[in-house]
Design a protein around this ligand. Structure first.
Ligand SMILES: [Zn+2]
Length: 391
């Protein structure tokens, strides 16, 4: 702790105060090239309640982190500031505003969930590009859609959002949501006639500024529900990214956007049947190859342009029964190299003993057991054939 005077919280009084002048009360080197600065007042919201801190600049220094300790707000900055000097501070307004949109949106959703289902918000996370929060009860998609409709109706009503510190007497008579059992210095954020919640974070001043509330996915979490949602600019950016993706897909598939899913399902089933056809053809290749081998051959070596790993193994397992030496199955070409599996026709052969010889001769990487070696070879087909002839 570098100072004990409580910092005046400018963001408490005005969420839209994105720049300010303040006096540097202390500046202490942290020993890692960074400095901890305490001001008499600040517009930088410190990390807390699941929300990331504001970043920006103080004088010529970058603000890298902001934490609060017993009412003193400590700014971690990139360069020293003169104690006693007045400094100009500016927070990243775009990030702050979009967090205000999202935090206010979360209050609306949580207030509605509490009103309709009696569930409490028991966790909150608001970072640089995502927001999620947890409820102590299960919400299905139909429930979330209903909440989403009502939440956006509250946005369209453009209700005032106010923050205030009620007196002890007022607080005792208030019905409000709260994650913690606070008894003093409780700041209430009120959204029109819809919600009252204890909260220390900056909010928009009217619900219309939230723009849009979109509930994304929801998962079962610790006996309740974790809900991902986006509001304001994040919701717009998310919509734009999704629209771009689905627009490209509909264009590639030559169908209307609302037909993309049907077309995709159709393509998947076509893919499944093509895979089945390929598996049947590969089985025929394996049978044909095995039938063309005379029993009792010493070493065997097979090449294929494109044979999948499962078929290569199936072929090898049957081919080793027909040879007395070493059998190799290679799939690929001289340009891209070969995927291979090498097996043995006799338990007297220890392929581990051949491993380094195989790697050197075939320019291969891989490994395996005494019974089987596998990997990728960079040597060309003729070199591989010569190697098997010499064995
Ligand atoms: Zn809050």
């Amino acid at each position: 702790m570098c100072n004990t005077v409580k910092t005046q919280r400018l963001f408490d009084l005005d969420s839209y105060r994105f720049d300010f002048y303040a006096t540097v009360l202390s500046c202490v080197a942290n020993g890692d090239g960074k400095f901890t600065v305490v001001l008499d007042k600040t517009a930088f919201f410190p990390e807390g309640g699941g929300q990331r801190c504001d970043l920006g600049v103080l004088g010529a220094a970058d603000v890298l982190d902001v934490q609060e300790k017993l009412g003193v707000i400590c700014h971690t900055v990139s360069a020293p500031l003169d104690e006693g000097a007045e400094v100009y501070g500016q927070i990243n307004a775009d990030t702050r505003f979009v967090r205000m949109q999202n935090h206010s949106g979360e209050h609306i959703i949580s207030g509605l969930v509490h009103k309709h289902f009696g569930y409490n918000n028991v966790g909150f996370h608001l970072s640089d590009d995502e927001m999620y929060f947890d409820f102590d009860g299960y919400l299905d998609r139909a429930a979330l859609n209903m909440i989403e409709d009502e939440a956006n109706a509250i946005v369209w009503r453009n209700l005032p959002v106010t923050a205030y510190y009620p007196s002890d007497n007022e607080l005792a008579g208030l019905e409000y949501r709260s994650k913690l059992d606070l008894t003093e210095n409780v700041r209430i954020v009120q959204i029109g006639d819809c919600d009252k919640c204890a909260c220390c974070a900056p909010h928009v001043k009217s619900t219309g500024e939230i723009g849009m509330i979109k509930i994304l996915d929801a998962i079962k979490y610790k006996g309740g529900t974790r809900v991902h949602a986006l509001c304001g600019r994040w919701a717009l950016e998310d919509y734009r990214a999704r629209y771009t993706a689905i627009s490209a897909m509909s264009s590639r598939m030559s169908v209307k956007q609302h037909e993309v899913l049907d077309r995709f399902e159709h393509l998947l089933s076509e893919l499944d049947s093509k895979r089945a056809e390929i598996a049947t053809l590969n089985q025929k290749i394996i049978d044909f190859t095995i039938n063309s081998i005379n029993r009792g051959e010493k070493n065997l070596c097979f090449f294929f342009d494109e044979l999948d790993a499962i078929s290569i193994r199936k072929l090898l397992n049957r081919a080793v029964l027909k040879c007395t030496g070493i059998c190799g199955v290679f799939s690929g070409n001289d340009t891209d190299g070969y995927q291979f599996v090498i097996g043995r026709g006799s338990s007297d052969i220890d392929l581990k003993a051949y491993a380094s010889e195989i790697c050197t001769a075939l320019l291969a990487s891989g490994g395996g057991s005494s019974e089987m070696q596998q990997g990728r070879a960079k040597a060309d087909k003729q070199t591989i054939l010569d190697f098997f002839k010499k064995l």
